[in-house]
Design a protein around this ligand. Sequence first.
Ligand code: ADP
Length: 492
Amino acid sequence: MNKLKILYLEDSEDDINLVSWVLKNSNLDYELITVDTRADFEHYLSSETVDTILSDHTLYQFNSRDALKIFKEKQLDCPFILVTGTVSEEFAVEILKDGADDYVLKDRLQRLPLAIENALKKKENEKSKNKVNLENQLILQLLNNVSDEIYVMHSDTLNFTYTNQGAINNLGYSKEELLGMTPFDLKPNISHAQFREMVAPMVKREQETINFQTVHKRKDGSIYPIEVVLKYQDINGQTYFVATARDISERLATEHKLQRLNFELQNSNEELAKLASVASHDMREPLRMIKSFLDLLERKYGQDLDDKAKTYIHYAVDGAERLTALINDLLTYVRIDGNDSQIKNVDCNEVLNEVIELYGSVIEEKNAKIQSALLPTIRGKKIPIKLVFQNLINNALKYHAPEVKPEIKIKAKSLPDHWLFSISDNGIGIEKAYHEQIFHVFRRLHPKNEYGGSGMGLAIAKKIVEQHQGEIWVESEKGENSTFYFTINKTL
Ligand code: ADP
């Protein structure tokens, strides 16, 4: 602790010596500075910090009253003690009222050290009390600034002992009205017995807080939904319930709206899928008819037709076949559903082997090379997962320059929450501008005569991957190979 800096306003040499002697013989660790004029007193207080002021009552052209005035003007928070000869009782009362902390008579100077200590203690207490008061005021202000309702209630009577401004604003009752109420005056849906049952785990100290939803009734009778957090708390040896209630009308309205929108979306999705499914299913029959009659026409009357007619028939058959493939892909796309019941362990090595077998003749014909690392067994739906591999490998076998033999590499990597698969090729690559678009339905970058296809393969793969809570993307540059990546959530 630093030395106590005591400023002593005194013009009598004898008194200074006397006070010095008394202080020296006390337990105080101090430094005594003496001043004897108003100017010095003021100057010292402006330039230095002081822990205690001692003041004589009458000095040359100056007195303790004026000194006290200066002390107060400067708003100093150290003790001010008058050290004086005999004074009247009225004067003593007055000077204490004016703000002095104590007075010590010169013929009882031995009391001075204790007077200083007591005054210092008193100031210290005042300071911490002021700090607590300030903190309390701030807390109360903060509690009043929140829009949530806050209540403190006695745990036995359940009478509110505190409510904040939020409660007053929301309910329309005045503070005085609320302080005469209990929660049951506000919560029409909760009875006393229900409340006691709800709070029992907290009272038995088995639970810290409880949360529940109910409604509040305003003074005007209107009702609004609230979410309550209730705490059981000891405050100065007495138990209270502290409740925070939040008006959740807006949140519930948004939730309901979202639910309704979701419901509508699901309905319209289902309807769309049904429509697409029925339409494409029903289109297949007339298509089959077109194709069979074209075949019949060619077989029966082929010899009577010239080359031009035969070419027309060929185009018509090709068109019908492409339309059939497109309808099949569209059907596949709309039938991919979010039903999780078929999620099982899927060995991706097995899936890949089945796909390679499926494309056996193409692989042979193109002299393609497919290399795969050991793939994991994942959680997922086998047939859709196979479709993802199938579409990506089909594209890797398809989109290459005529003179290039396709080389395809398949890898898998374990990430914290997902499996990451990659399928890379040595094909024609994809310009950056199309990296997103190619995953859209019917989006193709090439005319049919260059590379055949329906433009559905990547859209199908994307839909399946997303249903497995994963993502799909491509890294590629035009003319420079492509790597397709997709992830599958590990915890399906
Ligand atoms: P499709 O192959 O039937 O046209 P996809 O949806 O599978 O339809 O692919 C969309 C488009 O993306 C393709 O038309 C093609 O232009 C491009 N593409 C897909 N895979 C590759 C690939 N491995 N290399 C180059 N381009 C590709």
